[in-house]
Design a protein around this ligand. Structure first.
Ligand code: 6K6
Length: 136
């Protein structure tokens, strides 16, 4: 099972530690192709010398190879939205988010019947969500 995990990079890195923990949980179900999303050393601008074209080409190749796509969408991110739009065409796609006061999820995700959308607050919630998602 190849898993593409999407999470905000230039959209903001407030949740990078959470992404790291999510990737750890997802690793129980298969190979997470995008471990760098949870890399604590990657800031919102934080590059490691890779140019955008290289990143885009590599990530799109990984997205094609993936069996499932899981996106953390609490922090709005153009890149994550783009990846979800590509993935929903032909892959099982799960979006997870934490609801927050005065922050509303985009209707492009919230009203989208092509994806599975699950709200969560704790990692225990996520464990259950992933269990269901991967066994269905
Ligand atoms: C190099 C090493 C670690 O990070 C970098 C440079 N940036 C990116 N590397 C890999 N994937 C990226 C990078 N920037 C964006 N992405 C992809 O877009 C990831 O798969 C994320 O899910 C998504 C984030 O988009 P933005 O718009 O928040 O950056």
């Amino acid at each position: 099972m190849k898993i593409y995990f999407a999470g905000s990079i230039r959209g903001g890195r407030d949740d990078k530690e959470l992404y790291f923990k999510i990737i750890e949980i997802l690793s129980k179900y298969g190979e997470v192709l995008t471990e760098h999303v949870g890399d604590k050393n990657v800031s919102h601008v934080g590059e490691d010398g890779l140019n955008d074209k290289y990143i885009y080409d590599r990530d799109m190749k990984w997205l094609e190879q993936a069996d499932v796509v899981i996106a953390e969408v609490t922090t709005p991110s153009l890149g994550v939205g783009y990846e979800v739009a590509k993935a929903e065409k032909d892959k099982k796609t799960l979006c997870i988010y934490r609801s927050k006061k005065n922050k509303h999820l985009s209707a492009m995700i919230g009203g989208n019947d092509s994806i599975v959308l699950r709200e969560y607050q704790t990692l225990e919630d996520l464990e259950k969500t992933f269990n269901e998602f991967f066994t269905q």
